[in-house]
Design a protein. Structure first.
Length: 449
């Protein structure tokens, strides 16, 4: 079950996040919940969160972050309420997400957090993109820090080499001066020899200091290279862990589980409805009850046949939508061009969707309206009405093919009603197990309110 932009069911929650929620996105989500927390009454909060109702937003984030994140994921109604608060505080961002075109200048983490709360179509891609962007930013930051550290070490090494060269040149000048002094002061040969020896000792010391500085610089460069290798190893481990978590998520979740569960609910509700319709007796059957007769208050086969409706009777729509877990799929332009072709396409869509919203509210059935995207010159900025899922076919795919895909996606046995006058569509969905209904029948039903 999924929420639409107005708080009803849509197809956003059919998408499943196949990886852990990125930490940056999770912090933004917790902040959104904390900001919307104060606008709710205690009765509107999930039971585990009521103890934090009087906390300040900062204390809620610190002490109730995990509890709020868990409640947002498990409690759909609570998430809807937080989403409504988000719509009030950030209408521009929410409107852009509903239209499918997030603002280019918006922070990817803010966009992903809002998409995680609102669950519009494609929200999983936004969350995944934000996680990848954060990971890429962290990697770039580490690379930049490593590069800066290497540059600093290179500069220090260059400075040390320059200092050594200067010291060497100075010592060489002193040796030359000593030699000249020895030549000019031959009579003071012993003193000159002593000066030369001192100069040589100074040269040896300078060489020793130079070797020490070189060794230290080499050690620092080696340490920097080791740190770079360690960071690369940690990055590889993180990528391996991420891939393992993705694989575990894919193995732990299956679309078939959802379809089997939906079919089981349909069978159970159908069995209960059939039992009520046929007024079945208790399970303990007596021999006398096997005799063919009509009991007072029971329906005969003729009575049941008399209740069957004509294919052109608009009341058949209500009868079909009363079936358990019924799903009404409408070929949008086929209906509008049958009922009011003279109107522009935009007004045709708005009129049909408004009427389908009333029908969904009256019957409680799942309603999906499909339009052909090939006739669109630009993306449609359309807020789906309450209770109606609105889909446009992708480029190169017709609305008829999209309808057939929707029918094939349903588990066998679920009541699916397809409204279209197109004979090819009607025959195709009938072979797949769906119930075709002519567009004029739906138009008659909608005109009666």
């Amino acid at each position: 079950m999924v929420e639409s932009g107005g708080g009803e069911l849509d197809d956003g929650a059919a998408e499943v996040l196949d990886r852990p929620l990125p930490e940056g996105v999770r912090r933004r989500v917790v902040q959104i919940v904390s900001d919307g927390f104060g606008g709710l009454t205690v009765a509107e909060l999930p039971t585990p969160l009521r103890q934090y109702a009087r906390f300040t937003p900062t204390r809620r984030v610190k002490f109730a972050g995990n509890a709020m994140a868990a409640a947002l994921e498990s409690d759909t109604l609570f998430r809807q309420r937080i989403a409504e608060r988000l719509r009030e505080t950030q209408p521009e961002l929410v409107g852009a997400l509903d239209s499918g075109a997030p603002p280019p200048a918006a922070d990817p983490l803010d966009v992903a957090a809002a998409a995680y709360v609102l669950r519009p179509t494609g929200w999983v891609k936004l969350v995944a993109a934000a996680g990848e962007e954060a990971q890429r930013a962290d990697a770039e930051r580490v690379d930049e820090e490593t590069r800066q550290e290497l540059e600093r070490l290179r500069e220090e090494l260059a400075g040390a080499r320059a200092q050594i060269r200067g010291e060497t040149e100075r010592l060489r000048a002193e040796v030359d001066a000593a030699k000249k002094e020895a030549e000019s002061l031959h009579r003071k040969l012993r003193g000159a020899l002593s000066d030369v020896k001192r100069g040589e000792a100074a040269v040896r010391k300078a060489h020793a200091e130079t070797d020490t500085v070189r060794s230290e610089a080499h050690a620092q460069v080696s340490a920097a290279e080791s740190e770079t290798r360690r960071l690369r190893t940690r990055l590889g481990e993180a990528e391996a862990a991420l891939e393992a978590s993705r694989r575990a998520a894919r193995e732990g979740r299956s679309v078939e589980d959802m379809r089997v569960r939906l079919l089981l609910d349909t069978v159970l509700e159908s069995a209960q409805g059939l039992r009520r319709e046929l007024a079945l007796p208790p399970v303990s059957v007596r021999p006398a009850e096997t005799v063919d007769a009509v009991e007072p208050g029971r329906m005969t086969p003729k009575d049941i046949a008399a209740r069957a409706l004509s294919e052109h009777d608009p009341a058949i729509i209500d009868q079909l939508l009363a079936l358990p877990q019924a799903h009404l799929v409408v070929d949008g332009y086929n209906v509008t061009k049958t009922g009011y072709p003279q109107m522009p396409l935009e007004k045709q869509r708005l009129r049909l969707l408004g009427q389908l919203s009333l029908l969904a509210a009256q019957t409680g059935a799942e309603v999906t309206c499909v339009f052909d995207g090939a006739e669109l010159a630009a993306p449609v900025l359309l807020a789906p009405p309450r209770g109606v899922r609105v889909l446009f076919s992708k480029p190169g795919v017709t609305a008829d093919e999209l309808i057939r895909r929707l029918v094939r996606a349903e588990p066998p046995g679920r009541p699916v009603i397809v409204v279209s006058t197109d004979r090819e569509v009607a025959d195709g969905v009938a072979k797949a197990g769906a119930r075709p209904v002519a567009s004029v029948v739906l138009l008659k039903r909608l005109s009666h309110g």
